[in-house]
Every structure is written in C-alpha cells, then in structure tokens.
Design a protein around this ligand. Sequence first.
Ligand code: CP
Length: 339
Amino acid sequence: MSSPIKHFLNTQDWSVAELNATLDEAEAFKRSKLGKQLEGRSIALLFFNPSMRTRTSFELGAWQLGGKAIVLQPGKDAWPVEFDFGTVMDGEAEEHIAEVARVLSRYVDMIGVRAFPKFVDWSVDRQDKVLNGFAKYATVPVINMETITHPCQELAHAMALRERFGKDLRGRKYVLTWTYHPKALNTAVANSALTIATRLGMDVTLLCPTPDYVLDERYMDWAEQNVAESGGALTVSHDIESAYKDADVVYAKSWGALPYFGNWADEKPIRDQYKHFIVDSTKMALTRNGVFSHCLPLRRNIKATDEVMDSPACIAIDEAENRLHVQKAVMSALMRAQH
Ligand code: CP
C-alpha cells in the first residue's frame, strides 16, 4: 500500500522536530539562496484571492531552487471551480475540484492554494472546503498559502523570532493583540499565531476587546493542547496594560468577531469602539524591550503607528523576507517526502 501524501495544510499536522528542521533548512537558504532541490519540479499556485508577498516568494523560491511555478487565478485567468458535491453546476463554476486537482496533479509536483473565507457563514468557512478539496483529490502534496490558517506565515514569523531570541523560545512572553481595521478580516493569521506561539512553548496572551473576539474553538483547543505539551502558557485578556507588560513579542492582527459572522453591519459599531487597540510606542514602552511584528499588509496609523513600524523593534520586514526561505524549505521537504 502506498503511504499517504505529505501535505503542508497546517503546522499542527507536522511534529515540532519537523518544524524545527524546516526552520533550520530555511536559515541555510537565507545564507545561500540558490540550490537544485526543485530541479525538474513544478508547483501550481492557485490564488482565489490577491497576494503580493505569497505569490512573489513562492514563484521566486521555486525558481531559485531550479523549479517552475505556474500561477492560476480561478475565476480570472482559469475556470471558476465548484467545491460542493452533488451540485447541479448551473452557476458560475465551469469545472469541479474533483477534476481540477487530479488534472493539475498530472502536470505538477505540488499545488499551493490561497482561498480566504467567504465571510457569510463561519460554519461553512471553517470547513476549509477549498484546501481540503485539493488535499482530498490531489495526488501530489498541497501547500496552504492562506485559507483559514496561514502556516507559511507562521514559519516565517517563528524564523524571525529565532533570529532575535535564539532557537529556544520557551517562556518568552508573547502577546497576540487584536487591532482595529475598518473591515472585518479573516482570522487566519490570528489562528496561526496562536498555534505556533503555543507550539514553541511561549507564554502566550491573546489580547482582544471582548469575549466575542476570542478565536474559533478549534484553534483555542489546539493552543491548549500545545501548551500542555510544550510547557507554555495561554491567557485570554481584555486588558491592554497588563497584556503588554514585560512582553518579549507583540504580534498584531485584526479580525472580525465570529458571533457576528455574516452580520458585519452589526459588528462594525462594536469594532469601531476599539480603535485604541492600535499598537503605539506608549504600549510598546510597557514591554521588556519587546519586538513587534505583523504579517503585512498593514494599514499604518490604523493597526500600528508610523513610529512603531519604523522603530528597530519592528521585525515585520524580516518576517516578510523569511516567507521566501521557509517556503523553499517546505517545498524541499515535501519533495523529499515523496521518495
Ligand atoms: N502576508 C501575506 O500573506 O501577504 P500577501 O497577502 O501579500 O501574500
């Protein structure tokens, strides 16, 4: 019997040893960018949503290792795809995931997928149908390029933290802070930050305005499970001052409150009350000379001030660069696992 395909859908599916080995390889790629690990290999990058960093870093990373990336935007330059089963396909979709994933698998060696939630019904979005549809039908490894989690960002973030604090991040005080944004955004990066920070044994505080902004129970459960295994800690706080006090890391992200999912007009006046969650130098002064990061893109002076973004504490550019290195390491690891 053939062994199951190794995908990169979530970091939670990979062991800490595998994640650390991937980060070590990413550090080697940072020192020496060219290689032959993907010689003769190819990856299809399916973007159902926009990107700057993910697209650039995956395309370039594949090329730097001797491989080829093909970008497809279903609904724009490729056929719209249906992901439900038993559907009478009389709408926009011209083909079904069952064909798309299997046909692409005959052409390429890996498939990357970016597909954000539709923001109408969280019970539907949390099924991650697009990513799981590809994982179900593809006969090659699938990489999550951000759906309802963002594991590539997690690795880039972890790498940036290792660069500042060393490989052992256990016990570092880590604050994942909600920040304001005029729109209700995806919880993917927040889910991911919580996952990786607890996995690496940090003392994690999830700072958000009210209990309605706590993350989905799947990711809260992962975090609880992670701290039990890693010796880290997890606290939910709605108090800015105590959360920032003595923090080593402040990671900011905005997201919409899950109980209001699909009813964003009602959530907006609540969200608008918490513009003061912006990351500024007064809050950063409470930290223990802590670093600040964000996955980018970031609206300056909405999520974080110019002063914070331009300060030596800000490692967001390092984290963005690290996307290139960690993704090369992930692609290389997946190709090795195929043999
Ligand atoms: N952080 C991130 O994924 O950036 P893009 O949306 O530009 O790809």
